[in-house]
Every structure is written in structure tokens, then in C-alpha cells.
Write a protein that binds this ligand. Structure first.
Ligand code: URA
Length: 213
């Protein structure tokens, strides 16, 4: 039988609030990523949010600020949410992995994709967030979030546009990660992909509107 660690003692059902959760995440040593990050970046938003957005992991700016999606990818996300008719204040925004994984290139901290082990070890925090917030729908932004939520490696292009259902029945939508748009050089391609992202967010906007009605 697996030995109980100190951290297991922090976990649900012992965690009953988002602030307790943020503290437990910040104390997390379940994988090595905590060693080089400034802090864990907890999810942000109201506990009563009906919609949850899940990104990959904090970037450089998020690691320093302690808040999700406040850097360049966050600006793309904010614009897409606005164009899809989703007020950011109405959603709970979080990440599949709570610590910033990076490598040093000179003085710059370059993002590194979390691996399957790190995603799996961090999933417990996303599970507790889901248990506390109880969103009606979740949007996975990119492959890391989709992998964490669906428990398997997926191809975004095959799943986008579909309404999926997670094991507990929560509706889920899958789309690209906003940072992908930052890497597209051709302006026409970038605009087309941006419109596709907004289109992928529209079903989630409908869920919110239905809840508000
Ligand atoms: N990318 C993410 O996936 N999450 C953030 O919080 C910032 C950038």
C-alpha cells in the first residue's frame, strides 16, 4: 500500500476553501517543479463560477505575479473571451500544472512543456478545484489541459468543436492554447486561427448565458 505523505493529509476533503487550496498548492512537493518556481499559481475567480478555463502552466509573468494568464497569452485569452461574449470575471481560470517549468537561456527563463508525470502529479489540485467550484462546463486550452482533464493524450484538431463529457458528467470543450497564436507569423493565418479560437469558446458562452437566464 502506498505510504501516506504529509501532503496527502492536506488533500480533499480536508480542503474546504480556495484559500486553503492555494496554500496547499504552494507547499506542494509532489513533483520537482516547485524547486525552480517562484511560487505556485493557484486558479483565480469566484467559487460560484459556472465556467472553468484550464491552461497549461504559469508562464514567466504568472510565476512572478502569482496569478494565471496575466502575460502575453493572457492578453490573447482576454481578447478572445471578450469577442466570444464571456466576461473574464465570470470564469474560474486555472492551469493543469501549478508551477512554472522552464529552462535558463542566459538570463531568460524559457517555458518548457510539462511532461506526463508532472501533469499527473498535479492533477490532484485541478480535481480539488473542480470539487470546490463545481463548474457546469470546462474549457481545456491546449493539449496539456486536455490530457489532464481527459486522462489521455489527445489531438486538439480532432476534438475541437465537440461537446465532451468528463467522468463526472461535466461538459468539456477543447481548443488551442492562446500562446499558439503568438507563434504564428503570417497575419492572415493568425487571424484565421484567432477566429477559430473565438468560435471554440462560443459554446461555453452559451452555457454561461443559459445559467444566467
Ligand atoms: N499559459 C498558461 O497555460 N497559463 C498561464 O497562466 C499563462 C500562460
Amino acid at each position: 500500500m502506498r505510504e501516506k505523505t504529509q501532503l496527502d493529509l492536506h488533500l480533499s476533503p480536508a480542503i474546504t476553501s480556495l484559500s486553503e487550496l492555494a496554500k496547499a498548492e504552494d507547499e506542494c512537493t509532489r513533483c520537482p517543479l516547485y524547486q525552480h518556481a517562484t511560487q505556485a499559481v493557484p486558479g483565480e475567480g469566484r467559487r460560484s463560477s459556472h465556467l472553468m478555463l484550464v491552461g497549461e502552466q504559469p508562464g514567466d509573468k504568472e510565476d512572478l505575479a502569482g496569478k494565471p494568464f496575466v502575460g502575453p497569452a493572457g492578453r490573447v485569452l482576454d481578447r478572445a473571451l471578450e469577442d466570444a461574449g464571456i466576461p473574464r470575471t465570470e470564469v474560474f481560470v486555472t492551469n493543469a500544472v501549478k508551477h512554472f517549468k522552464h529552462e535558463m537561456r542566459g538570463k531568460r527563463r524559457l517555458h518548457k512543456r510539462p511532461n506526463a508525470y508532472e501533469i499527473e502529479r498535479c492533477k490532484i489540485w485541478l480535481d480539488v478545484e473542480r470539487a470546490l467550484v463545481k463548474p457546469v462546463a470546462i474549457v481545456a486550452l491546449g493539449a496539456t489541459a486536455a490530457r489532464s482533464l481527459l486522462g489521455r493524450s489527445v489531438t486538439i484538431s480532432k476534438l475541437r468543436g465537440q461537446t465532451l463529457h468528463l467522468a463526472d458528467g461535466t461538459a468539456a470543450f477543447v481548443t488551442i492554447h492562446p500562446s499558439w497564436l503568438l507563434r504564428i507569423e503570417d497575419e492572415a493565418d493568425k487571424e484565421r486561427e484567432y477566429k477559430n479560437l473565438v468560435a471554440d469558446l462560443r459554446p461555453a458562452a452559451k452555457v454561461l448565458a443559459k445559467k444566467a437566464a
